[in-house]
Design a protein around this ligand. Structure first.
Ligand code: C2E
Ligand code: CA
Ligand code: CA
Length: 559
Protein backbone atom coordinates (compact mmCIF):
# COMPACT_ATOMS: atom_id res chain seq x y z
CA UNK A 1 0.00 0.00 0.00
CA UNK A 2 1.41 3.39 -0.86
CA UNK A 3 0.08 6.35 1.04
CA UNK A 4 2.29 9.06 -0.44
CA UNK A 5 0.77 11.89 1.55
CA UNK A 6 3.21 14.70 2.11
CA UNK A 7 2.90 17.03 5.07
CA UNK A 8 2.03 20.64 4.37
CA UNK A 9 5.40 21.72 5.78
CA UNK A 10 7.45 19.56 3.50
CA UNK A 11 5.41 20.80 0.53
CA UNK A 12 6.05 24.40 1.54
CA UNK A 13 9.79 23.68 1.87
CA UNK A 14 9.89 22.00 -1.56
CA UNK A 15 8.03 24.86 -3.23
CA UNK A 16 10.13 27.58 -1.59
CA UNK A 17 13.34 25.61 -2.16
CA UNK A 18 12.60 25.04 -5.82
CA UNK A 19 11.68 28.71 -6.25
CA UNK A 20 15.00 29.74 -4.70
CA UNK A 21 16.83 27.22 -6.88
CA UNK A 22 15.08 28.52 -10.00
CA UNK A 23 15.86 32.12 -8.99
CA UNK A 24 19.49 31.27 -8.34
CA UNK A 25 19.93 29.37 -11.60
CA UNK A 26 18.03 32.04 -13.56
CA UNK A 27 19.89 34.84 -11.79
CA UNK A 28 23.24 33.10 -12.32
CA UNK A 29 22.53 32.73 -16.01
CA UNK A 30 21.54 36.39 -16.37
CA UNK A 31 24.70 37.47 -14.51
CA UNK A 32 26.83 35.19 -16.66
CA UNK A 33 25.21 36.45 -19.87
CA UNK A 34 25.76 40.06 -18.74
CA UNK A 35 29.37 39.46 -17.95
CA UNK A 36 29.86 37.67 -21.31
CA UNK A 37 28.28 40.65 -23.09
CA UNK A 38 30.36 43.20 -21.13
CA UNK A 39 33.61 41.36 -21.80
CA UNK A 40 32.82 41.10 -25.51
CA UNK A 41 31.84 44.78 -25.54
CA UNK A 42 35.17 45.97 -24.15
CA UNK A 43 37.09 43.72 -26.58
CA UNK A 44 35.09 45.22 -29.47
CA UNK A 45 35.62 48.80 -28.17
CA UNK A 46 39.33 48.10 -28.15
CA UNK A 47 39.31 46.65 -31.68
CA UNK A 48 37.20 49.61 -32.93
CA UNK A 49 39.66 52.12 -31.46
CA UNK A 50 42.60 50.35 -33.12
CA UNK A 51 40.83 50.22 -36.50
CA UNK A 52 40.13 53.97 -36.25
CA UNK A 53 43.79 54.62 -35.32
CA UNK A 54 44.99 52.64 -38.29
CA UNK A 55 42.57 54.42 -40.70
CA UNK A 56 43.69 57.78 -39.34
CA UNK A 57 47.32 56.81 -39.99
CA UNK A 58 46.46 55.87 -43.57
CA UNK A 59 44.74 59.24 -44.16
CA UNK A 60 47.72 60.95 -42.48
CA UNK A 61 50.05 59.21 -44.94
CA UNK A 62 47.95 60.33 -47.92
CA UNK A 63 47.88 63.95 -46.69
CA UNK A 64 51.63 63.89 -46.00
CA UNK A 65 52.26 62.64 -49.53
CA UNK A 66 50.10 65.42 -51.01
CA UNK A 67 51.71 68.07 -48.80
CA UNK A 68 55.16 66.87 -49.98
CA UNK A 69 54.08 67.25 -53.64
CA UNK A 70 52.75 70.77 -53.01
CA UNK A 71 55.97 71.71 -51.24
CA UNK A 72 57.98 70.39 -54.23
CA UNK A 73 55.89 72.70 -56.47
CA UNK A 74 54.27 69.91 -58.45
CA UNK A 75 51.39 71.67 -60.29
CA UNK A 76 51.58 70.49 -63.96
CA UNK A 77 51.24 67.12 -65.67
CA UNK A 78 54.85 67.07 -66.94
CA UNK A 79 56.92 63.89 -67.23
CA UNK A 80 59.04 64.98 -64.27
CA UNK A 81 56.01 65.74 -62.10
CA UNK A 82 54.35 62.43 -62.96
CA UNK A 83 57.59 60.83 -61.84
CA UNK A 84 57.26 62.76 -58.54
CA UNK A 85 53.68 61.47 -58.17
CA UNK A 86 54.89 57.92 -58.70
CA UNK A 87 57.59 58.26 -56.05
CA UNK A 88 55.04 59.62 -53.62
CA UNK A 89 52.74 56.59 -54.18
CA UNK A 90 55.59 54.17 -53.73
CA UNK A 91 56.81 55.72 -50.52
CA UNK A 92 53.38 55.84 -48.84
CA UNK A 93 52.24 52.34 -47.89
CA UNK A 94 48.52 53.08 -47.63
CA UNK A 95 48.27 55.22 -50.78
CA UNK A 96 47.52 53.35 -53.99
CA UNK A 97 46.98 56.20 -56.41
CA UNK A 98 47.73 59.93 -56.59
CA UNK A 99 46.31 62.32 -59.19
CA UNK A 100 46.82 65.93 -60.11
CA UNK A 101 44.38 68.38 -61.75
CA UNK A 102 46.05 71.49 -63.10
CA UNK A 103 44.65 74.84 -62.03
CA UNK A 104 44.07 76.33 -65.45
CA UNK A 105 42.24 74.22 -68.01
CA UNK A 106 41.61 71.27 -65.65
CA UNK A 107 44.14 68.88 -67.28
CA UNK A 108 44.35 65.70 -65.20
CA UNK A 109 47.01 63.04 -64.78
CA UNK A 110 47.80 60.33 -62.30
CA UNK A 111 51.01 58.74 -61.06
CA UNK A 112 50.96 56.33 -64.01
CA UNK A 113 50.44 59.18 -66.50
CA UNK A 114 46.78 58.19 -67.16
CA UNK A 115 44.62 61.13 -68.22
CA UNK A 116 41.31 59.98 -66.68
CA UNK A 117 40.81 59.08 -63.01
CA UNK A 118 41.13 55.31 -62.49
CA UNK A 119 38.93 55.26 -59.38
CA UNK A 120 35.26 56.33 -59.78
CA UNK A 121 33.40 58.15 -56.97
CA UNK A 122 30.35 56.24 -55.65
CA UNK A 123 29.33 58.91 -53.13
CA UNK A 124 29.03 62.65 -52.80
CA UNK A 125 32.05 64.59 -51.61
CA UNK A 126 32.05 64.93 -47.86
CA UNK A 127 33.98 67.75 -46.19
CA UNK A 128 36.18 67.10 -43.20
CA UNK A 129 37.14 69.60 -40.57
CA UNK A 130 39.32 71.33 -43.17
CA UNK A 131 36.90 72.39 -45.93
CA UNK A 132 39.69 72.26 -48.55
CA UNK A 133 39.88 68.49 -48.04
CA UNK A 134 37.00 66.31 -49.21
CA UNK A 135 36.35 62.61 -48.85
CA UNK A 136 34.56 60.24 -51.21
CA UNK A 137 33.97 56.53 -51.46
CA UNK A 138 35.41 55.13 -54.68
CA UNK A 139 35.66 51.91 -56.64
CA UNK A 140 38.11 51.05 -59.41
CA UNK A 141 36.72 51.25 -62.95
CA UNK A 142 37.33 47.51 -63.39
CA UNK A 143 35.35 46.97 -60.16
CA UNK A 144 36.74 45.01 -57.29
CA UNK A 145 38.95 47.39 -55.35
CA UNK A 146 37.25 50.02 -53.26
CA UNK A 147 38.43 52.65 -50.85
CA UNK A 148 38.42 56.33 -50.02
CA UNK A 149 39.59 59.20 -52.17
CA UNK A 150 40.86 62.38 -50.51
CA UNK A 151 40.91 65.55 -52.69
CA UNK A 152 42.77 68.57 -51.53
CA UNK A 153 42.15 72.00 -53.22
CA UNK A 154 45.39 74.03 -53.12
CA UNK A 155 45.16 77.81 -52.81
CA UNK A 156 46.57 78.23 -56.39
CA UNK A 157 43.74 76.13 -57.84
CA UNK A 158 45.76 72.91 -58.22
CA UNK A 159 43.88 69.83 -56.92
CA UNK A 160 45.62 66.73 -55.57
CA UNK A 161 43.78 63.48 -55.03
CA UNK A 162 44.95 60.37 -53.20
CA UNK A 163 43.26 56.97 -52.99
CA UNK A 164 43.54 54.84 -49.86
CA UNK A 165 42.35 51.30 -50.50
CA UNK A 166 39.86 49.61 -48.23
CA UNK A 167 42.24 47.00 -46.94
CA UNK A 168 44.51 49.78 -45.65
CA UNK A 169 41.52 51.34 -43.88
CA UNK A 170 39.62 48.49 -42.31
CA UNK A 171 42.50 46.39 -41.06
CA UNK A 172 41.32 43.03 -39.86
CA UNK A 173 41.94 43.00 -36.14
CA UNK A 174 39.17 40.52 -35.23
CA UNK A 175 40.24 37.46 -33.24
CA UNK A 176 40.30 34.21 -35.24
CA UNK A 177 37.05 32.74 -33.88
CA UNK A 178 35.14 35.96 -34.57
CA UNK A 179 36.51 36.59 -38.09
CA UNK A 180 34.04 34.37 -39.97
CA UNK A 181 30.99 35.52 -38.02
CA UNK A 182 31.82 39.10 -37.04
CA UNK A 183 32.74 42.25 -38.98
CA UNK A 184 34.56 45.57 -38.70
CA UNK A 185 32.98 48.22 -40.94
CA UNK A 186 34.31 51.68 -41.71
CA UNK A 187 32.01 54.42 -43.05
CA UNK A 188 32.02 58.09 -43.85
CA UNK A 189 30.06 60.14 -41.38
CA UNK A 190 27.16 60.27 -43.85
CA UNK A 191 26.95 56.49 -43.68
CA UNK A 192 28.64 55.70 -47.03
CA UNK A 193 30.48 52.39 -46.73
CA UNK A 194 34.24 52.72 -47.24
CA UNK A 195 35.54 49.31 -46.35
CA UNK A 196 34.94 46.25 -44.20
CA UNK A 197 36.84 43.37 -42.67
CA UNK A 198 35.59 39.99 -41.44
CA UNK A 199 33.10 37.82 -43.35
CA UNK A 200 30.15 38.10 -40.99
CA UNK A 201 29.09 41.50 -42.21
CA UNK A 202 25.90 40.34 -43.93
CA UNK A 203 24.78 38.45 -40.83
CA UNK A 204 25.63 41.32 -38.52
CA UNK A 205 23.91 43.92 -40.71
CA UNK A 206 20.85 41.70 -41.10
CA UNK A 207 20.68 41.19 -37.36
CA UNK A 208 20.86 44.94 -36.81
CA UNK A 209 17.82 45.39 -39.06
CA UNK A 210 15.76 42.74 -37.29
CA UNK A 211 16.07 43.22 -33.55
CA UNK A 212 16.96 39.84 -32.07
CA UNK A 213 15.51 38.07 -29.06
CA UNK A 214 16.89 38.87 -25.63
CA UNK A 215 19.99 36.83 -24.84
CA UNK A 216 20.91 36.44 -28.50
CA UNK A 217 21.43 39.23 -30.97
CA UNK A 218 24.71 41.00 -31.60
CA UNK A 219 27.26 42.81 -29.50
CA UNK A 220 28.62 45.89 -31.28
CA UNK A 221 30.89 48.89 -30.74
CA UNK A 222 30.86 52.26 -32.54
CA UNK A 223 34.04 54.35 -32.52
CA UNK A 224 34.24 57.76 -34.14
CA UNK A 225 37.42 59.45 -35.34
CA UNK A 226 38.23 62.85 -33.80
CA UNK A 227 40.26 63.88 -36.80
CA UNK A 228 38.53 62.55 -39.91
CA UNK A 229 34.84 62.22 -40.81
CA UNK A 230 34.81 58.43 -40.36
CA UNK A 231 33.30 55.96 -37.95
CA UNK A 232 33.98 52.33 -37.30
CA UNK A 233 31.48 49.65 -36.25
CA UNK A 234 32.74 46.31 -34.95
CA UNK A 235 30.17 43.62 -34.24
CA UNK A 236 29.88 39.92 -33.45
CA UNK A 237 26.83 37.66 -32.82
CA UNK A 238 26.24 37.06 -29.12
CA UNK A 239 25.85 33.29 -29.56
CA UNK A 240 29.50 33.12 -30.64
CA UNK A 241 30.56 35.03 -27.54
CA UNK A 242 28.36 32.74 -25.39
CA UNK A 243 30.18 29.61 -26.65
CA UNK A 244 33.08 30.44 -24.37
CA UNK A 245 30.70 30.57 -21.40
CA UNK A 246 28.73 27.42 -22.05
CA UNK A 247 30.86 25.35 -19.66
CA UNK A 248 30.20 27.82 -16.85
CA UNK A 249 26.50 27.75 -17.75
CA UNK A 250 26.46 23.95 -17.41
CA UNK A 251 28.11 24.28 -14.00
CA UNK A 252 25.37 26.68 -12.91
CA UNK A 253 22.68 24.25 -14.11
CA UNK A 254 24.39 21.28 -12.44
CA UNK A 255 24.66 23.35 -9.25
CA UNK A 256 20.92 24.05 -9.53
CA UNK A 257 20.14 20.32 -9.82
CA UNK A 258 22.29 19.59 -6.75
CA UNK A 259 20.60 22.38 -4.82
CA UNK A 260 17.15 21.05 -5.79
CA UNK A 261 18.13 17.54 -4.61
CA UNK A 262 19.37 19.05 -1.35
CA UNK A 263 16.12 20.99 -0.85
CA UNK A 264 13.99 17.91 -1.53
CA UNK A 265 16.04 15.87 0.96
CA UNK A 266 15.56 18.56 3.60
CA UNK A 267 11.82 18.53 2.85
CA UNK A 268 11.88 14.75 3.28
CA UNK A 269 13.50 15.16 6.70
CA UNK A 270 10.93 17.76 7.69
CA UNK A 271 8.13 15.51 6.47
CA UNK A 272 9.49 12.67 8.60
CA UNK A 273 9.43 14.92 11.64
CA UNK A 274 6.03 16.48 11.01
CA UNK A 275 3.20 14.93 9.03
CA UNK A 276 4.47 11.81 7.37
CA UNK A 277 5.77 10.15 10.51
CA UNK A 278 2.45 9.29 12.22
CA UNK A 279 0.92 8.30 8.88
CA UNK A 280 3.68 5.79 8.30
CA UNK A 281 3.21 4.64 11.85
CA UNK A 282 -0.51 3.97 11.31
CA UNK A 283 0.16 2.19 8.04
CA UNK A 284 2.75 0.10 9.82
CA UNK A 285 0.37 -0.62 12.71
CA UNK A 286 -2.25 -1.91 10.25
CA UNK A 287 0.32 -4.24 8.70
CA UNK A 288 1.36 -5.35 12.20
CA UNK A 289 -2.25 -5.92 13.13
CA UNK A 290 -1.95 -3.61 16.17
CA UNK A 291 -5.57 -2.40 15.96
CA UNK A 292 -8.17 -4.46 17.80
CA UNK A 293 -11.76 -4.18 18.99
CA UNK A 294 -12.96 -3.73 22.58
CA UNK A 295 -16.57 -4.63 23.12
CA UNK A 296 -19.10 -2.59 25.10
CA UNK A 297 -22.21 -4.58 26.06
CA UNK A 298 -25.67 -3.40 24.97
CA UNK A 299 -28.27 -4.40 27.56
CA UNK A 300 -32.05 -4.75 27.52
CA UNK A 301 -32.96 -2.50 30.47
CA UNK A 302 -36.35 -4.11 30.95
CA UNK A 303 -35.08 -7.69 31.27
CA UNK A 304 -31.41 -7.27 32.10
CA UNK A 305 -30.45 -9.57 29.22
CA UNK A 306 -27.51 -9.01 26.92
CA UNK A 307 -28.56 -7.81 23.48
CA UNK A 308 -25.11 -7.58 21.99
CA UNK A 309 -22.23 -5.16 21.90
CA UNK A 310 -20.57 -2.31 20.08
CA UNK A 311 -17.06 -2.93 18.77
CA UNK A 312 -14.82 0.07 19.62
CA UNK A 313 -11.35 0.25 18.15
CA UNK A 314 -8.17 0.39 20.24
CA UNK A 315 -4.51 0.67 19.23
CA UNK A 316 -2.43 -1.76 21.23
CA UNK A 317 1.19 -0.71 20.73
CA UNK A 318 4.00 -3.29 20.89
CA UNK A 319 5.03 -1.82 24.28
CA UNK A 320 1.60 -2.70 25.66
CA UNK A 321 0.06 0.80 25.80
CA UNK A 322 -3.52 0.96 24.59
CA UNK A 323 -4.65 4.11 22.75
CA UNK A 324 -8.27 5.25 22.50
CA UNK A 325 -9.71 6.12 19.10
CA UNK A 326 -9.63 9.86 19.83
CA UNK A 327 -5.83 9.70 19.53
CA UNK A 328 -5.69 8.31 15.99
CA UNK A 329 -8.95 7.92 14.05
CA UNK A 330 -8.94 11.56 12.91
CA UNK A 331 -5.55 11.09 11.32
CA UNK A 332 -6.45 7.68 9.90
CA UNK A 333 -9.53 9.20 8.30
CA UNK A 334 -7.64 12.21 6.93
CA UNK A 335 -5.05 9.98 5.28
CA UNK A 336 -7.33 7.41 3.70
CA UNK A 337 -6.24 4.69 6.14
CA UNK A 338 -9.68 4.40 7.74
CA UNK A 339 -10.88 1.79 5.25
CA UNK A 340 -8.00 -0.72 5.62
CA UNK A 341 -8.17 -0.12 9.39
CA UNK A 342 -11.86 -1.05 9.50
CA UNK A 343 -11.22 -4.14 7.39
CA UNK A 344 -8.67 -5.31 9.96
CA UNK A 345 -11.13 -4.54 12.78
CA UNK A 346 -13.94 -6.53 11.15
CA UNK A 347 -11.67 -9.55 10.69
CA UNK A 348 -10.84 -9.43 14.40
CA UNK A 349 -14.51 -9.06 15.36
CA UNK A 350 -15.30 -12.15 13.30
CA UNK A 351 -12.47 -14.18 14.86
CA UNK A 352 -13.29 -13.02 18.44
CA UNK A 353 -17.05 -13.50 18.39
CA UNK A 354 -17.64 -16.26 15.83
CA UNK A 355 -18.13 -19.19 18.19
CA UNK A 356 -20.12 -17.45 20.99
CA UNK A 357 -22.30 -15.55 18.51
CA UNK A 358 -22.94 -18.64 16.42
CA UNK A 359 -24.36 -20.32 19.52
CA UNK A 360 -26.37 -17.22 20.54
CA UNK A 361 -27.96 -15.99 17.32
CA UNK A 362 -29.93 -13.24 19.09
CA UNK A 363 -26.71 -11.35 19.96
CA UNK A 364 -25.83 -8.38 17.76
CA UNK A 365 -22.51 -6.63 17.15
CA UNK A 366 -22.32 -3.01 16.06
CA UNK A 367 -19.42 -1.81 13.90
CA UNK A 368 -18.67 1.89 13.39
CA UNK A 369 -18.11 3.03 9.81
CA UNK A 370 -16.40 6.20 8.57
CA UNK A 371 -17.77 8.76 6.16
CA UNK A 372 -15.40 7.41 3.48
CA UNK A 373 -17.18 4.07 3.61
CA UNK A 374 -20.32 5.69 2.18
CA UNK A 375 -18.54 7.13 -0.86
CA UNK A 376 -18.22 3.77 -2.59
CA UNK A 377 -19.82 0.34 -2.59
CA UNK A 378 -16.47 -1.26 -1.60
CA UNK A 379 -17.45 -1.63 2.07
CA UNK A 380 -20.22 -4.04 1.13
CA UNK A 381 -17.67 -6.23 -0.65
CA UNK A 382 -15.45 -6.18 2.44
CA UNK A 383 -18.45 -7.23 4.58
CA UNK A 384 -19.29 -10.06 2.20
CA UNK A 385 -15.72 -11.23 2.06
CA UNK A 386 -15.21 -11.16 5.85
CA UNK A 387 -18.58 -12.31 7.15
CA UNK A 388 -20.03 -14.12 4.11
CA UNK A 389 -18.58 -17.51 5.05
CA UNK A 390 -18.32 -16.94 8.80
CA UNK A 391 -20.50 -18.44 11.48
CA UNK A 392 -21.74 -14.96 12.39
CA UNK A 393 -24.98 -14.34 10.53
CA UNK A 394 -25.53 -11.15 8.58
CA UNK A 395 -28.57 -10.39 10.73
CA UNK A 396 -26.25 -10.26 13.78
CA UNK A 397 -24.39 -7.30 12.23
CA UNK A 398 -25.21 -3.61 12.72
CA UNK A 399 -23.27 -0.88 10.95
CA UNK A 400 -23.19 2.58 12.53
CA UNK A 401 -23.01 5.83 10.60
CA UNK A 402 -22.46 8.95 12.69
CA UNK A 403 -24.71 11.97 12.46
CA UNK A 404 -21.86 14.29 13.57
CA UNK A 405 -20.69 15.00 10.01
CA UNK A 406 -23.04 14.96 7.01
CA UNK A 407 -22.47 12.34 4.31
CA UNK A 408 -20.87 13.69 1.14
CA UNK A 409 -22.69 11.66 -1.50
CA UNK A 410 -26.24 10.76 -0.43
CA UNK A 411 -26.99 8.64 -3.49
CA UNK A 412 -23.99 6.37 -2.97
CA UNK A 413 -24.70 6.29 0.78
CA UNK A 414 -28.23 5.07 0.02
CA UNK A 415 -26.84 2.34 -2.25
CA UNK A 416 -24.41 1.18 0.44
CA UNK A 417 -27.15 1.12 3.08
CA UNK A 418 -29.60 -0.75 0.80
CA UNK A 419 -26.96 -3.30 -0.10
CA UNK A 420 -26.03 -3.98 3.55
CA UNK A 421 -29.74 -4.27 4.40
CA UNK A 422 -30.25 -6.65 1.48
CA UNK A 423 -27.73 -9.02 3.10
CA UNK A 424 -29.81 -8.87 6.29
CA UNK A 425 -27.49 -6.49 8.18
CA UNK A 426 -28.92 -3.44 9.96
CA UNK A 427 -27.77 0.16 9.85
CA UNK A 428 -27.79 2.54 12.82
CA UNK A 429 -27.68 6.31 13.03
CA UNK A 430 -24.99 6.99 15.66
CA UNK A 431 -24.81 10.11 17.87
CA UNK A 432 -28.38 11.03 16.92
CA UNK A 433 -29.35 14.57 17.87
CA UNK A 434 -25.86 16.02 17.46
CA UNK A 435 -25.95 16.57 13.71
CA UNK A 436 -28.30 18.35 11.39
CA UNK A 437 -30.05 15.44 9.75
CA UNK A 438 -33.72 16.24 9.58
CA UNK A 439 -36.59 13.80 9.30
CA UNK A 440 -36.39 13.85 5.51
CA UNK A 441 -32.75 12.74 5.59
CA UNK A 442 -33.62 9.92 7.99
CA UNK A 443 -36.54 8.78 5.90
CA UNK A 444 -34.50 8.89 2.73
CA UNK A 445 -31.67 6.79 4.16
CA UNK A 446 -34.18 4.44 5.83
CA UNK A 447 -31.94 3.20 8.64
CA UNK A 448 -32.97 0.62 11.21
CA UNK A 449 -31.64 1.84 14.55
CA UNK A 450 -31.27 5.26 16.19
CA UNK A 451 -28.64 5.74 18.90
CA UNK A 452 -29.40 8.65 21.20
CA UNK A 453 -26.17 10.49 21.95
CA UNK A 454 -24.70 10.49 25.47
CA UNK A 455 -25.08 14.30 25.49
CA UNK A 456 -28.90 13.95 25.95
CA UNK A 457 -28.67 11.00 28.31
CA UNK A 458 -26.23 12.99 30.49
CA UNK A 459 -28.72 15.83 30.70
CA UNK A 460 -31.45 13.63 32.19
CA UNK A 461 -32.33 15.01 35.61
CA UNK A 462 -29.97 17.97 35.29
CA UNK A 463 -31.23 19.87 32.27
CA UNK A 464 -34.93 20.50 31.73
CA UNK A 465 -34.42 20.92 27.97
CA UNK A 466 -33.06 17.40 27.53
CA UNK A 467 -36.41 15.70 28.06
CA UNK A 468 -38.17 17.27 25.06
CA UNK A 469 -35.19 16.44 22.84
CA UNK A 470 -35.15 12.79 23.88
CA UNK A 471 -38.95 12.69 23.45
CA UNK A 472 -38.75 14.05 19.95
CA UNK A 473 -35.89 11.68 19.02
CA UNK A 474 -37.94 8.72 20.22
CA UNK A 475 -40.94 10.06 18.28
CA UNK A 476 -38.80 10.41 15.20
CA UNK A 477 -37.52 6.85 15.54
CA UNK A 478 -41.09 5.50 15.85
CA UNK A 479 -42.17 7.46 12.75
CA UNK A 480 -39.31 5.97 10.81
CA UNK A 481 -39.85 2.47 12.28
CA UNK A 482 -36.42 2.48 13.89
CA UNK A 483 -35.37 0.82 17.16
CA UNK A 484 -33.69 3.00 19.79
CA UNK A 485 -30.53 2.54 21.85
CA UNK A 486 -29.49 5.04 24.53
CA UNK A 487 -25.72 5.64 24.77
CA UNK A 488 -23.51 6.62 27.69
CA UNK A 489 -25.91 5.57 30.44
CA UNK A 490 -24.13 6.02 33.76
CA UNK A 491 -26.84 6.05 36.49
CA UNK A 492 -29.82 4.06 37.67
CA UNK A 493 -32.00 7.22 37.45
CA UNK A 494 -31.18 7.48 33.77
CA UNK A 495 -32.20 3.84 33.29
CA UNK A 496 -35.55 4.50 35.01
CA UNK A 497 -36.18 7.61 32.93
CA UNK A 498 -35.38 5.78 29.67
CA UNK A 499 -37.57 2.84 30.63
CA UNK A 500 -40.44 5.23 31.30
CA UNK A 501 -39.98 6.60 27.79
CA UNK A 502 -40.34 3.10 26.35
CA UNK A 503 -36.65 2.75 25.46
CA UNK A 504 -35.43 -0.76 26.11
CA UNK A 505 -31.84 -0.91 24.88
CA UNK A 506 -28.89 0.93 26.44
CA UNK A 507 -25.14 0.87 26.77
CA UNK A 508 -22.91 2.72 29.23
CA UNK A 509 -20.56 2.52 32.16
CA UNK A 510 -23.49 1.67 34.44
CA UNK A 511 -23.34 -1.82 32.86
CA UNK A 512 -19.77 -2.06 31.59
CA UNK A 513 -17.06 -0.06 29.80
CA UNK A 514 -15.67 -1.33 26.48
CA UNK A 515 -14.00 -4.65 27.35
CA UNK A 516 -11.19 -6.66 25.82
CA UNK A 517 -12.47 -9.66 23.84
CA UNK A 518 -11.78 -12.27 26.52
CA UNK A 519 -13.58 -10.26 29.23
CA UNK A 520 -16.56 -9.58 26.99
CA UNK A 521 -16.89 -13.23 25.97
CA UNK A 522 -16.79 -14.29 29.61
CA UNK A 523 -19.52 -11.78 30.39
CA UNK A 524 -21.57 -12.84 27.40
CA UNK A 525 -21.43 -16.55 28.21
CA UNK A 526 -22.28 -15.77 31.87
CA UNK A 527 -25.24 -13.54 30.97
CA UNK A 528 -26.51 -15.76 28.15
CA UNK A 529 -25.73 -19.33 29.20
CA UNK A 530 -26.61 -22.15 26.87
CA UNK A 531 -29.40 -24.02 28.64
CA UNK A 532 -29.55 -26.88 26.20
CA UNK A 533 -27.62 -28.10 23.18
CA UNK A 534 -28.56 -25.71 20.42
CA UNK A 535 -30.30 -28.21 18.16
CA UNK A 536 -33.03 -25.62 17.82
CA UNK A 537 -31.98 -22.01 17.32
CA UNK A 538 -33.29 -19.72 20.09
CA UNK A 539 -35.58 -16.98 18.73
CA UNK A 540 -33.99 -13.79 17.36
CA UNK A 541 -34.31 -10.84 19.75
CA UNK A 542 -34.61 -7.30 18.48
CA UNK A 543 -32.84 -4.42 20.24
CA UNK A 544 -36.11 -2.76 21.25
CA UNK A 545 -39.07 -4.93 20.72
CA UNK A 546 -38.57 -8.08 22.68
CA UNK A 547 -40.61 -10.78 21.05
CA UNK A 548 -43.17 -12.35 23.42
CA UNK A 549 -41.43 -15.74 23.04
CA UNK A 550 -38.18 -14.21 24.26
CA UNK A 551 -39.94 -12.56 27.19
CA UNK A 552 -41.59 -15.80 28.10
CA UNK A 553 -38.34 -17.66 28.01
CA UNK A 554 -36.74 -14.97 30.17
CA UNK A 555 -39.56 -15.22 32.64
CA UNK A 556 -39.16 -18.97 32.67
CA UNK A 557 -35.44 -18.54 33.29
CA UNK A 558 -36.00 -15.98 36.03
CA UNK A 559 -38.61 -18.16 37.58
P1 C2E B 1 -19.12 6.24 19.78
O1 C2E B 1 -19.36 5.43 18.57
O2 C2E B 1 -20.20 7.20 20.14
O3 C2E B 1 -18.77 5.26 20.93
C1 C2E B 1 -19.13 5.49 22.22
C2 C2E B 1 -18.03 6.08 22.98
O4 C2E B 1 -18.48 6.45 24.26
C3 C2E B 1 -16.88 5.10 23.26
O5 C2E B 1 -15.69 5.84 23.32
C4 C2E B 1 -17.22 4.56 24.60
O6 C2E B 1 -16.09 4.08 25.31
C5 C2E B 1 -17.76 5.77 25.27
N1 C2E B 1 -18.70 5.42 26.31
C6 C2E B 1 -19.55 4.39 26.37
N2 C2E B 1 -20.30 4.44 27.51
C7 C2E B 1 -19.89 5.53 28.18
C8 C2E B 1 -20.29 6.13 29.43
O7 C2E B 1 -21.17 5.65 30.16
N3 C2E B 1 -19.68 7.25 29.81
C9 C2E B 1 -18.70 7.80 29.04
N4 C2E B 1 -18.14 8.92 29.45
N5 C2E B 1 -18.30 7.29 27.84
C10 C2E B 1 -18.90 6.13 27.43
P2 C2E B 1 -14.42 5.40 22.55
O8 C2E B 1 -14.30 3.92 22.56
O9 C2E B 1 -13.30 6.22 23.06
O10 C2E B 1 -14.78 5.83 21.08
C11 C2E B 1 -14.92 7.14 20.74
C12 C2E B 1 -15.46 7.29 19.37
O11 C2E B 1 -14.50 6.85 18.41
C13 C2E B 1 -16.68 6.46 19.10
O12 C2E B 1 -17.80 7.11 19.59
C14 C2E B 1 -16.66 6.39 17.62
O13 C2E B 1 -17.21 7.57 17.07
C15 C2E B 1 -15.21 6.34 17.34
N6 C2E B 1 -14.81 4.96 17.10
C16 C2E B 1 -14.43 4.01 17.97
N7 C2E B 1 -14.15 2.87 17.33
C17 C2E B 1 -14.38 3.10 16.02
C18 C2E B 1 -14.29 2.30 14.86
O14 C2E B 1 -13.94 1.11 14.87
N8 C2E B 1 -14.64 2.87 13.68
C19 C2E B 1 -15.06 4.17 13.63
N9 C2E B 1 -15.40 4.65 12.44
N10 C2E B 1 -15.13 4.95 14.69
C20 C2E B 1 -14.82 4.42 15.90
CA1 CA C 1 -20.84 4.13 17.74
CA1 CA D 1 -22.25 7.31 19.68
Amino acid sequence: MAFGKVSAWSLVVVVIGLLITALMVGGGQVLLANSARNNAQSTLDDIGRRVVDSAEQSFDEALTAMTGLAVQGVDRCTEANIDQLRRAVYSAYAVKEIGLTEAAGGVHCDHLGRGAPHMQPVSDAFEGRNPAIRFRAVVSVEGGASGAMLTWDQSDGTIFSAVVLGRALAVDLLPDDWRTVGAAVIRLDDGTLLASAGSGMAAVEDDAKHPPAIGSGIVESHVHSDRYPIQVTVAVPFEVVWKDYEDLDSYIKAGGVLLAIFVISIAGLIARNTGDGPINEIEHAIQNSEFLPYYQPVVDIRTGRLEGCEALIRWKKPDGTVLSPGAFIGLAEATGLAVPMTRLLMEKVRDDLEQVYHERPHLKVSINLFRDHFDSIDITEDVEQIFGKSKIRYRQLVFEVTEREPLADLDTAKLVIRRLQSFGCRVALDDAGTGHSGLAYLQELAMDVLKIDKLFVDAIGTNRYAAPIIHSLVGLARNCHMSVIAEGVETVEQIEYLKALGISAAQGYVFAPPLPAAAFLKLATAMEPLKYESLVEPPDLDFVDIEPAGLDKRKRRAG
